[in-house]
Ligand binder design. Structure first.
Ligand code: ASP
Length: 586
């Protein structure tokens, strides 16, 4: 028998018991007459003691032990003389009477401790060792509990879990497809699903009513920060529902998770904010609502006073940073440099200090009187002691720069506490988005999203003004997921394809199966998908979804542990009728 207990289990009540434990050697401390070993497994650490009571044959064996050796010991639980209240097993230790070395270990490339000395790349190369560390293991445990709670909740709501295939055809979600060559069908390819979107819609046609799946999705996109080429969604679809039905069930799911994972109860409904307001007030379709600082547009109020910077642009706006009127020259200069970074993209920044004594000091005192500044301050909800930060330029880029500045101020003022959660729904997205480069419309969500009934009339005349029955779930400025009510009629679906520049023939080739299915009594339906990795990372208080994925890829889409993607040999290529062209360096 390898063990009677785990390394996290023994307490003062076990004193006197003879036990057997197995695990990894975390540390060895040799204090001359006494040696202590911290023995670790998934459940915790137990201290082993070797001293004058230890059988004589064991002591020489200690010499040969090293970190991460796998050992089995037997011994008696004794009370510790110096207890460690920080450890759950800190009241006891094991007086060892038998020691078996089950396996040796090379010296690990980094220390297997909570605060490791291993850099990112090294930890990923030896991810199986990284996973021995507490913080990473805890993340996967949280992921496991989340998965269980999601299944419990959705099962309770009569959702049925159905698997859909991975070898499919293109499922447009705005990324490139990962392709898989078919050996049995030479020259032909499968695509890995960017999401099970069309398949879950077909399940609605089949009458399944309420479907879910915790499912892998694959998107071949340039990996922006915190994306993975394969990631997991909590994917759902429902029939005979409208937008409110979906938001209400998935709000309850989110509340169920907040309560069961974080112990947080939300009595109120999550705020719903329209896409238009989110952009206008926060410059983002995923606003961080942990703090205020909404934007106020000043364009009409400030033009025409001879300040060229304002007079020459189409948008001027800003927000009020509470209690920041004491910001120093240096701090303001740093903020100006911050907004001028290429990633932020503003030309400059105007500030107005509303001093505690009621006076004003601004970077535009030459052009505006204290009365002018007071009008702005009042309009922007400022009090004495506050600071107004204002940017000007083209509307969309200025709003986006203001968003980044707002988040920066939120950080500087400590308003983005990772233990605080501000969930919200963003609703009424535009149906289509114009792409200036390609000179055509793209679906803002995906091509199966239905327009709002009252907007269908604009399909031909003014497609850009149509709104969709689409919604996103956002927590702390992070998009957790989104979905929509779908088109369920083949004529309307055809209209949508043609608005996207997809011809009848092309639609037939790519989506004939769906258009066909819609001819056989498709019910009204809609759905949503939450990013599972992302929801875990937000609830786990981490910025990175990689921390919640057992074997993630790096920013170039590589698995550095498996050393893949990798070349394949000629024989395999031949079997697949493939020929790899010489690689041209870009
Ligand atoms: N398939 C969508 C996505 O992956 C979610 C949905 O509309 O249900 O974003």
């Amino acid at each position: 028998m390898y063990r009677t207990h785990t390394c996290g289990e023994l307490r003062i009540s076990h004193v006197g018991q003879k036990v057997t434990l197995s695990g990894w050697v975390q540390t060895i401390r040799n204090l001359g007459g006494m040696t202590f070993i911290a023995l670790r497994d998934r459940y915790g650490i137990t201290q082993l003691v070797f001293d004058e009571n230890t059988p004589k044959n064991i002591l020489p064996m200690l010499e040969g032990l090293g970190r991460e050796y796998v050992v089995k010991i037997a011994g008696t639980v004794i009370e510790r003389s110096s207890k460690n209240p920080k450890m759950s097993t800190g009241d006891i230790e094991i007086s060892v009477s038998e020691l078996d070395v089950l396996n040796k270990s090379e010296i690990p490339p980094f220390t297997i401790e909570d605060d490791t000395d291993g850099g990112d790349e090294l930890r990923m190369k030896y991810r199986y060792l990284d996973l021995r560390r507490n913080p990473v293991r805890k993340n996967l445990e949280l992921r496991h509990i989340m998965g269980q709670e999601i299944r419990k909740f959705l099962d309770g709501e009569k959702f049925i879990e159905i698997e859909t295939p991975y070898l499919v055809n293109s499922t447009p979600e705005g990324a490139r497809d990962f392709l898989v060559p078919s050996r049995m069908n030479p020259g032909e390819f499968y695509a890995l699903p960017q999401s099970p979107q069309t398949l879950k819609q077909l399940l609605m046609v089949s009458g399944f009513d309420r479907y879910f799946q915790i499912v892998k999705c694959f998107r071949d996109e340039d990996l922006r920060a915190d994306r993975q080429p394969e990631f997991t969604q909590i994917d759902c679809e429902m029939s005979f529902v409208d937008q409110d039905d979906i938001l209400s069930i998935f709000e309850r799911l989110a509340k169920h998770l907040f309560y069961n994972i974080k112990g947080i109860t939300y009595n109120e409904a999550f705020p719903r904010i329209t896409y238009e307001d989110a952009m206008k007030y926060y410059g983002s379709d995923k606003p961080d609502l942990r703090f205020g600082m909404r934007f106020y547009e000043l364009t009409e109020k400030v033009k025409g006073k001879g300040f060229v910077v304002f007079d020459s642009v189409d948008y001027i706006g800003g927000f009020c940073a509470k209690g920041c009127s004491e910001y120093s020259r240096k701090q303001l200069d740093e903020l100006t440099l911050f907004v001028q970074r290429p990633q932020v993209g503003a030309k400059g920044m105007v500030y107005v200090k509303y001093n505690t004594d009621g006076t004003f000091k601004s970077s535009v005192d030459k052009f505006y009187s204290p009365e002018d500044l007071k009008t702005w301050a009042e309009y922007m909800g400022a009090q004495p002691g506050d600071l107004l930060l204002i940017l000007a330029g083209k509307e969309s880029s200025t709003l986006s720069a203001l968003n980044i500045l707002r988040l920066e101020m939120g950080d500087q003022l400590g308003l983005r506490d990772k233990d605080k959660f501000a969930p919200c729904w963003v609703v009424d997205f535009p149906l289509l988005e114009w792409d200036e480069d390609e000179k055509r419309f793209f679906a803002k969500h995906h091509p199966f999203t239905s327009p709002k009934t009252e907007d269908i009339q604009y399909f031909e005349s003014d497609p850009g003004r149509m709104h969709a029955n689409a919604y996103d779930f956002v927590v702390n400025g992070v998009e957790i997921g989104g979905g929509s009510i779908r088109i369920f009629n083949s004529e309307l679906q055809q209209k949508m394809f043609s608005a996207l520049g997809i011809s009848k023939e092309e639609a037939e080739v790519k989506f004939g199966f769906l258009l066909n299915a819609f001819r056989f009594g498709a019910p009204p339906h809609g759905g949503i998908a939450f990013g599972f990795d992302r929801f875990c990372s937000v609830l786990g208080g981490s910025e990175s979804i990689r921390d919640f994925i057992a074997f993630p890829k790096n920013n170039s889409g590589r698995d550095v542990m498996l050393d893949t993607p990798s070349k394949i040999d000629k024989k395999q290529l031949d079997e697949l009728y493939l020929n790899v062209l010489p690689i041209q360096k870009k």
